[in-house]
Ligand binder design. Structure first.
Ligand code: EPZ
Length: 424
């Protein structure tokens, strides 16, 4: 069933509860490797990436029991020290086992990451930081290897506030000898969630959420029980769906404080946004207006909502510009949106969107999970039928996407159609 069949229709109306954050849960699973014993992670999203990370952990000798969003991880006194290419090729994020395994085993060999094709997803900042902590790094044809006689705290200034590098260095530092300072650290809510888990495990960390994190190494960590923070990107996707379709959606299970810039841009285009402790309600009438967006590391506008906002801006009156500063392949969705009738031109890393333009259903292809979600949203306001192929990309980060949109009134179904076949 590797496609979504979407028919344009009316406004989406109702309520949706988002899952735990994919981009936190994946790292919490890796962090569990740091302590022998039984850790429990709750509110884990039921998505393909989690299933793959679970298999990576099992390959490392961890017992993984997944039940109703609760993952029970039995980490042995011995854990493996290498991850297989066939798993890592599907999940770039698996690179975050580098830090924990180096800390636990003093040696790790990770297949070079695959995952979504968002351009050159380097890991040089991860590796140079670990090298400063005493790791010897070497490369094979399709793997990277790190070895150490014992990690030592270091003063590390990240040239770019990389999320993954911050996470790997954090997890390497919590049991390193001495103090580690991570300057220009990533500030994402998922980093704060990871530190909350590490702290429950006995780690000594301060400064999370700011651009300077200081870790004082401790002798050993203990297993812990933690509930994953709500997924702000999934929440933002449904918030865009409300504004785009002129509907009203109560999005629950997310902290509005994690969506400041996104809510500000929804208000800028003319949507109404009501905030509450555990969610937001977004509504809009017709007549959205253009606005400009610049994607940046948190607390800037998240790159992971760029594609979805391009669809929204294609329906807004006027000319908008979305500038992408994080991933050089984020604009792969443009070609597909253009085929549906959007008027978007690319000038370097600026997408210029002229609207409103009527969209028409077409056979399109998801190139990454956020582009795929954006194309489904576009189908919701297009004339006729859209078929979004390679739906497996969307399954990586969205739980029950078709069912949740249908529950809101969207005409969205999973179908199994070869490319070019008539769609029924
Ligand atoms: C995380 O990716 C997220 N993935 C991404 O979400 C998200 O878009 C990104 O952070 C930014 O918020 C997960 O958490 C699993 P980065 P990550 O390290 O860690 C360059 C989604 O859709 N870079 O901040 O890879 C890199 O090439 C995904 O859920 C280096 O050059 O993000 C990229 O251009 C997509 N060298 C930029 O920095 C490095 O060593 C951002 O990377 C590391 C990164």
């Amino acid at each position: 069933m590797d496609a979504f069949l979407v028919r344009g229709g009316g406004p989406l109306i109702g309520a949706v509860r988002v899952s735990g954050a994919k981009n936190s849960a994946l790292k919490l699973l890796a962090a569990a490797l740091l302590a022998p014993g039984r850790s429990v992670i709750r509110n884990v999203p039921d998505i393909a990436d989690i299933a793959v990370m679970g298999k990576v952990l099992e390959h490392l000798g961890v017992g993984v029991d997944a039940r109703d969003g609760v993952l029970t991880l039995d980490v042995g006194d011995e854990v493996g020290d290498e991850t297989p290419a066939h798993l890592v090729s599907r999940l770039r994020a698996s690179i975050v086992v580098l830090g924990p395994l180096l800390a636990r085993r003093g040696h790790v060999r990770v297949a070079t990451p695959g995952g979504c094709n968002l351009g050159n997803r380097a890991i040089d900042l991860h590796l140079s930081g670990l090298a400063r902590m005493g790791a010897e790094i070497s490369f094979g044809a399709d793997y990277v290897e790190a070895r150490t006689g014992g990690l030592a705290g270091a003063d590390i200034e990240l040239p770019y506030a990389s999320v993954g590098a911050t996470e790997n260095l954090l997890m390497a530092a919590v049991t390193a000898a001495g103090t580690t300072r991570i300057g220009n650290a990533a500030r994402e809510p998922e980093i704060v969630d990871l530190v909350a888990f590490l702290r429950r495990m006995g780690a000594d960390v301060c400064g999370e959420g700011s651009d300077e994190i200081v870790v004082t190494g401790v002798g050993a960590l203990r297993p812990a029980d933690h509930t994953v923070v709500g997924d702000r990107i999934e929440a933002g996707t449904y918030a865009v769906a409300a504004a785009l379709t002129g509907g009203t959606i109560a999005v629950d299970g997310v902290d509005p404080g994690h969506l400041r810039m996104v809510l500000s841009k929804l208000r800028a285009v003319g949507a109404r946004v009501d905030e509450r402790a555990d969610g937001v309600t977004v509504s809009a009438q017709a007549g959205l207006r253009a606005t400009d967006i610049v994607t940046l590391p948190y607390p800037g506008f998240p790159t992971d909502l760029g594609a979805q906002f391009l669809v929204l801006l294609s329906q807004a009156y006027g000319t908008s510009m979305l500038t992408e500063n994080v991933f050089d392949a984020r604009f792969s969705v443009l070609a597909e949106l253009t085929r549906m009738g959007a008027d978007i031109s690319l000038e370097s890393h600026h997408a210029v969107v002229r609207g409103p333009r009527t969209l028409s259903g077409a056979e399109v292809r998801a190139t990454d999970l956020r582009a795929g979600a954006a194309l489904v949203l576009a189908g919701l306001v297009a004339d006729g039928e859209a078929v979004v192929h390679d739906a497996h990309h969307i399954d990586r980060g969205y739980t029950d996407f078709a069912a949740r949109l249908r529950a809101l009134g969207g005409d969205v179904r999973r179908v199994d159609v070869p490319v070019g076949a008539a769609v029924r």
